[in-house]
Design a protein around this ligand. Structure first.
Ligand code: R5P
Length: 291
């Protein structure tokens, strides 16, 4: 196996330690100080050797975690010609196209910055859309956590489980989840107001959910609006238990509370973003993509 050094950015230190341990590689911790004006000052607590892996998820505060990721890549490049960047949650991936006239496609800039900083390859997990990945101008791999999430749910005793995507955009994810699980899936019809962000479920009848335990599958839970509205709708259809499952649990503000109030039994997520709903470790699938 190639010799690696794994730099654990402060947003992903635990995950980076797990990756380093699986690769039997040197782990380098980062010390972070934030100056009064908001600038980040990072100090590596070790010298990288061999190929370097930088692990830094770009979740809130997105702009700070982004500049820290870029700074780490730039520093790593001074020690190695091969710098692999693991960004489990890639902030700005949703800004991959213009929905309204004049909207800036900021993902294009993010892609240019990683190339300029010296990244050789980027590894992301369940990116919001492949269009975002296409903006990257260096080799990039999107790793799917769906198989790991399914393993978690297979251990639960669910009543006649059915996979539900809260929107048509998530249909492929739900289909993939359902195929691995060996059960059926459906997709609801969701509408999001592009100006206010407000979500409504347009679906009418879904009698097939009656009495069944449901797993609502999404790539991310941000404000919780999509899952909350979907769960409220499904409960009205007299389903059994509703589980919310996602790769990236951003859980902004009172998202968790809103989701629970809508009748969701449990939120299950991966450690792409460290939080208390993490039940699934993605280090094994990241390691597979690295070697
Ligand atoms: C949308 O297309 C995404 O797949 C998620 O459904 C969405 O980003 C979740 O956001 P929120 O939790 O704010 O509804």
């Amino acid at each position: 196996m190639a010799s690696f050094s794994v730099i654990g950015g402060t947003s992903s230190e635990d995950l980076a330690k797990k990756i380093a341990s699986k690769l039997k590689s040197k782990f380098i911790k980062c010390d972070l100080r934030v100056f009064p004006d908001g600038e980040s000052k990072i100090t590596l607590e070790g010298i990288p050797k061999g190929k370097v892996i930088v692990v830094q998820s770009i979740y809130p505060p997105v702009d700070s975690n982004l500049i820290r990721a870029l700074a780490l890549v730039s520093q790593a490049r001074k020690h190695s010609s091969q710098v692999f960047v693991v960004i489990p949650y890639l902030g700005y991936a949703r800004q991959d196209r213009a929905f309204l006239p004049g909207e800036v496609i900021t993902m294009e800039l993010v892609a240019k910055m990683f190339k300029a900083a010296g990244a050789s390859k980027i590894i992301v997990v369940d990116i919001h859309s492949m269009i975002a990945l296409d903006h990257l101008q260096i080799p990039a791999t999107n790793v799917s956590a769906v198989g790991e999430l399914v393993k978690y749910f297979k251990k639960l005793r669910l009543k006649d489980p059915l996979i539900v995507s809260p929107d048509k955009g998530g249909i492929e994810r739900a289909r993939n989840f359902a195929n691995i699980f060996g059960v059926d899936f459906i997709a609801l019809e969701k509408h999001r107001d592009r100006k206010t962000g407000e979500v409504t479920i347009k679906s009418t009848d879904h009698h097939e959910v009656k009495g069944r335990d449901l797993i609502l599958v999404d790539d991310m839970i941000s404000t919780g609006g999509s899952i909350m509205k979907a769960a409220q709708y499904l409960k009205k259809q007299k389903c059994g238990k509703v589980y919310a499952c996602c790769t990236h649990a951003l859980l902004i503000g009172d998202a968790e509370k809103k989701i629970k109030k809508a009748g969701v039994t449990k939120i299950v997520s991966t450690n792409s973003i460290p939080c208390k709903t993490n039940n699934v470790d993605i280090s094994p699938i990241i390691v597979k993509a690295l070697v």
